[in-house]
Design a protein around this ligand. Structure first.
Ligand SMILES: Cc1ncc(COP(=O)(O)O)c(C=O)c1O
Length: 366
């Protein structure tokens, strides 16, 4: 008799379950301030809660394919209709679904590093090879390097993912640079998880018409403040979306989620309030820390800010420990460009942001 180990596909065998230790810690100790996962500090609006309650009462019924919410998403983004929209259980599932349609074992995914970790996780599970192209570190800035991305393309490259704005660097790729990559014809994802903080002005939705290989991904986890609801979506050419949708897990997005999401999309005022609050708080934190010598601040269009304290002789991991003693969970960023001073702060409530500013000031003065 063969052992269980002999039945696992080689590319999955031995991979451990993905665990977000910092999120588990935050749930275990609710007094800690969650300034690490780019969640929204403000709870869902009344309208969303009402929709959730309404559909919870008929949770005995299966959902449809999301006709109403997909139509709403198409309208918001100026796209013809529901055939341009695919829903996911968070955008993490959207990446998974797209990758499953594009990758065979040995195929390559290009990402621009530093970036969000899910692309690698979903690539690994399919036996894909993650090709990490570093951003250019120049004059204390982290810049998109599209020439390096294009150079990394091989016959095995099946998808390129660029977050826009990028997490953790907080900056946008220019449209011109993005088009340069789109012109290669390789499937190209613009991960616009944070775009609503700055409005849809820099979204690449308009490119879908001319570039069938351009796919946009979005989430309600960030500016809409619905991370726990798990709602994400992809926008693309109708034939491309139809093909990706063939791989969807049936009923992947539940009734409560899709109607809660619709209420979120309808609450445009609530969205604007959240964006305004966030952007004021980003400015507050950046302004409050800009005089610290040797602390580099990477201006952000998202709800997080990347810092590098290397030139002040500080290490990011020590900053995290210091903050944790004050009840704040910040986010680590591993060594890059031969520098170890990196850390990231997610925008919290006004009170939490003041606490974070004080913790950073005290740490750098110590
Ligand atoms: C760039 C980026 N994309 C996507 C996501 C995840 O989103 P979701 O909650 O929709 O799975 C994150 C979350 O941190 C992110 O940073």
């Amino acid at each position: 008799m063969k052992s269980m180990e002999e039945y696992y596909v080689p590319w999955v065998k031995g991979i451990p379950m993905y665990v977000s230790a910092h999120i588990d810690l935050a749930w275990e100790k609710p007094d800690l301030r969650r300034m690490m996962s780019n969640e929204n500090p403000n709870p869902p609006s009344k309208k969303v809660l009402e929709a959730i309650e309404k559909y919870a009462k008929i949770a005995n019924r299966y959902p449809d394919q999301g006709f109403v919410v997909r139509k709403k998403i198409a309208d918001i983004n100026g796209l013809p209709g529901i055939e341009n929209v695919m829903l996911g259980n968070g955008s993490s599932e959207v990446f998974d679904n797209i990758f499953r349609c594009l990758l065979q074992p040995g195929d390559e995914v290009i990402q621009h590093t530093p970036c969000f970790g899910i692309y690698k996780l979903r690539c690994d599970i399919l036996g894909g090879k993650l090709v990490s192209v570093p951003m250019a570190y120049k004059d204390k800035q982290l810049l998109f390097d599209v020439d390096a991305i294009i150079k990394a393309i091989t016959p095995k490259t099946k998808v390129i993912v660029i977050a826009n704005p990028n997490n953790p660097t907080g900056n946008y790729i220019s449209k011109e640079d993005f088009i340069k990559v789109a012109k290669t014809g390789v499937p190209l994802i613009s991960d616009e998880a944070y775009i609503e903080f700055d409005g849809l002005g820099r979204a690449f939705t308009g490119l879908i018409k001319d570039y069938k290989n351009v796919i946009i991904t979005r989430t309600m986890s960030k500016c809409y403040g619905l991370a726990g609801l798990r709602f994400g979506y992809a926008l693309g050419d109708k034939d491309v979306i139809a093909q990706f949708s063939a791989a969807l897990l049936p009923w992947n997005v539940g009734t409560i989620t899709m109607w809660g999401a619709l209420a979120g999309f309808e609450d445009t005022e609530g969205l604007q309030e959240r964006a305004d609050f966030n952007n004021q708080q980003v400015a507050f934190i950046e302004d409050s820390l800009k005089d610290i010598k040797g602390l580099d601040i990477f201006h952000s269009y998202g709800n997080y800010i990347l810092f590098d304290g290397t030139d002040a002789g500080k290490k990011g991991k020590d900053m995290l420990e210091f903050a944790l003693k004050r009840g704040l969970i910040l986010r680590a960023q591993k060594k890059m460009y031969d520098r170890e001073g990196w850390f990231r702060i997610t925008i919290g409530t006004a009170e939490e942001n003041k606490m974070a500013v004080q913790a950073v000031r005290d740490f750098f003065a110590s």
